[in-house]
Design a protein around this ligand. Sequence first.
Ligand code: ADP
Ligand code: MG
Length: 242
Amino acid sequence: MIEIRDLARAYELDSGRVVALDGVSLDIDEGDMVAVMGPSGSGKSTLMNLLGCLDRPTGGLYRLAGVPVETLDKDGLAALRNRRIGFVFQQFNLLPRTDALGNVELPMIYAGVDRRTRREKALRALARVGLSERAHHRPTQLSGGQQQRVAIARALVNDPSLLLADEPTGALDSRTALEILALFQELNREGVTLVLVTHDADVGRHARRVVRFRDGRIVEDRRQEPLDARVALEAMTRETAA
Ligand code: ADP
Ligand code: MG
């Protein structure tokens, strides 16, 4: 699904050159769930922006589903992004005056999908994240976890091949974070490829693979048996009851 070779991203500032990503090579298979970890400033968000076709590298190669991303112009990049990639952010990034349904419909408006199909697909995506009953609530009328579910429904609505999440549980309490991780694991079992950035080791333990960055380079890349977030949630519930 993802093939990157010697990928680099440098910023030229008045104070000098900042190398945010320093020659990274990485393959990610379809159906994987990867946690990108590392300290602040190590290049995680830079990598995500490149993977998500929101930014261009200053060196190296990136193929997404066989497409050499370097060869695309601005419109080509936007089209690839819209068709292939869903984004989830720490702060949810929902439109405040629009209800859940409207927020989930948004990417389909950009994709030129007709109104009736939009509504059907948005309702289906909200059902998939367990929010059918909240379709007409605005973000301020939803909890943080529910807002993140709306954002995940929005990310899924065009059936992307890749879901990118930058600190998706960073603004949530530990129980809600586990609920969101359980949802990610469920989506992953259904075949969604997931790359999630986190600096939290507890979050990382729910991924199938951990890729760790330091100073713009990969310093560790390992597979693991992921913890099941549902099991952790059940344990937490038992503890609270006891
Ligand atoms: P992380 O997400 O791991 O915290 P980032 O990818 O955001 O790290 O940043 C990596 C490095 O690149 C940092 O040193 C950061 O200061 C620098 N950087 C990120 N974005 C920019 C930018 N737009 N201009 C200049 N430097 C940047
Ligand atoms: Mg970051």
